[in-house]
Design a protein around this ligand. Structure first.
Ligand SMILES: O=C(O)c1ccccc1NCC(=O)[C@H](O)[C@H](O)COP(=O)(O)O
Length: 475
């Protein structure tokens, strides 16, 4: 197995270094360094996705990536184009890394520099500090609980932060229990090298909100980074897509603006596989299913997985697309029903579209998208009531039917709300007005139902045109 091989090799070369430079010498060199830069502070504000840019020449999963890069020049480019921190591979045999790169980069930039390696021994922590590292990577998969705790403590005593990397729910729970403040979720399975870009969605909720979450691996496109913005990560760690790029600043700009500036799109009220196909193909971020019986868009919870199975494109994603998240829409249902339905239908988010209270939201096991029906500015205080219990707030036009009416929202009111919270704008959006709505309100996302229908059925051409309008203004 790859991990066993690399740890065995790491221990072998470590023994040689220990002979050459005894721990006492390394500790003295570490004590002569200037104090570490604080990696945790690099992720402020925490509502924004930051970038840890990696200097990596090769990897076991991808082979040679960029063997001839100039590590220092690349690091300077990263810093100049908005990286919050730099990760430097120091592992020589599998990643072609080097301690010399780390030391040179630390001197060349003013942002925190992380040693990325397979750290299993306290000696390597002191060594990282002696080489100038501000932070180190600790990989849960190669450490038991005692080692993890001990290495974290050693790093903290030296003033360094640790990025604790996890690959499963169990490892994430171990990282939290060990007291890790910066927790990475690596989409790449270190045994099979297979990618699971949705692992972060499963794991995110296990990590308390006072910790920082970093998404790692396989981040190439704006669709990837828009997806990460949905899961509320504080940073993405990107290596390959930067080092192989012909235009590193442009690639960085694309990834950061995808996470920070692009608009999330939810297509709501889907009930036919062909409409799901159209939404997936056009790059929708969220698909909504209505579990409110009076609506003509009502679907039974048990139908959802069948609809998705019958959608060719949801099953076999077009290259470069990411699979949208699933949102179930409920109106004043009881919590047990909602939680059961969410499991049965495989939902990722629950939209509460009635008069559900903040206390009620807390009974829901999936992240809650709370719809608010604001009439006037005095109602804006309600946003604060849901601030800590809802994942996002959705503003919909007040009507007796609750939603899906095609009646346009008061954009002036919505604009003020969007300055207070990250909101999703709904109500009467269409292909013709969505660009104007985004310019005027600046919402985090938009949601549409009637506006992409013809005679009360979803219209694939309108779905495509709607999403094109949203994306066109981002380019
Ligand atoms: O769509 C429905 O039929 C519906 C019924 C009851 C509660 C909510 C409903 N839809 C919720 C949505 O998220 C809609 O997309 C949102 O109301 C916007 O609809 P529209 O004005 O038709 O674009």
């Amino acid at each position: 197995m790859f991990l066993d091989k690399i740890v065995a090799q790491t221990l072998k070369t470590l023994e040689q270094r220990k002979q050459e430079y005894p721990l006492g010498t390394i500790k003295r060199l570490a004590s002569e360094q200037t104090p570490p830069r604080d990696l945790l502070r690099a992720f402020e504000p925490r509502t924004q996705v930051h970038l840890i840019a990696e200097v990596k020449r090769a990897s076991p999963s991808k082979g040679m990536l960029a063997p001839h890069i100039d590590p220092v020049a690349l690091a300077r480019t990263y810093e100049a184009n908005g990286a919050a921190a730099i990760s430097v591979l120091t592992e020589p045999d599998f990643f072609l890394g080097s301690p010399a790169y780390l030391t040179a980069i630390k001197q060349a930039v003013n942002i925190p520099v992380l040693r990325k390696d397979f750290i299993v021994d306290e000696y390597q922590v002191h060594e990282a500090r002696a080489w100038g590292a501000d932070a180190i990577l600790l990989i849960c998969a190669i450490l038991d609980d005692n080692q993890l705790y001990h290495l974290l403590q050693t790093a903290h005593e030296l003033g360094m932060r640790c990025l604790v990397e996890t690959h499963s729910r169990e490892e994430a729970q171990r990282a939290v229990a060990a007291g890790a403040m910066i927790i990475g979720v690596n989409s790449r399975d270190l045994v099979t090298f297979e990618m699971n870009p949705y692992l972060i969605r499963d794991i995110r909720r296990l990590i308390p909100s006072n910790r920082v979450v970093i998404a790692e691996s396989g981040i190439h496109t704006t669709a990837d980074t828009r997806r990460l913005a949905r899961y509320d990560v504080q940073a993405m760690l990107v290596g390959e897509s930067l080092v192989v790029s012909d235009d590193v600043p442009a690639q960085m700009h694309m990834l950061l603006s995808g996470a920070r500036q692009s608009t999330q799109v939810k297509i709501c009220g889907l009930s036919r596989p062909a409409d799901i196909d159209a939404a997936v193909e056009a790059g929708a971020d969220m698909l909504g299913f209505i579990f409110h019986e009076p609506s003509h868009r009502y679907v039974k919870p048990e139908q959802v997985q069948g609809l998705l199975a019958a959608s060719e494109l949801y099953q076999h994603l077009p290259k470069g697309q990411t699979r949208p998240d699933l949102v179930g829409v409920f109106v004043n249902k009881d919590a047990a029903f909602i939680n059961e339905t969410a499991e049965q239908a495989g939902l990722h988010f629950v939209q509460l579209h009635g008069t559900e209270t903040p206390e009620f939201c807390q009974q829901i096991q999936k992240p809650v998208l709370k719809a608010l029906h604001l009439r006037e500015s005095a109602d804006l205080v309600r946003l604060r009531d849901y601030q800590d219990v809802a994942w996002r707030l959705l503003l919909d036009t007040p009507t007796p039917e609750w939603g899906g009416t095609g009646v346009t929202h008061d954009w002036e009111l919505a604009r003020t709300a969007a300055q207070m919270e990250r909101i999703i704008l709904a109500g009467g959006l269409t292909v013709d007005n969505v660009a104007q709505a985004i310019n005027s309100v600046q919402p985090w996302g938009v949601d549409v139902s009637s506006g992409v229908e013809t005679q009360k059925q979803k219209d694939p051409a309108k779905i495509r045109a709607f999403i094109e309008q949203v994306r066109a203004r981002e380019n």
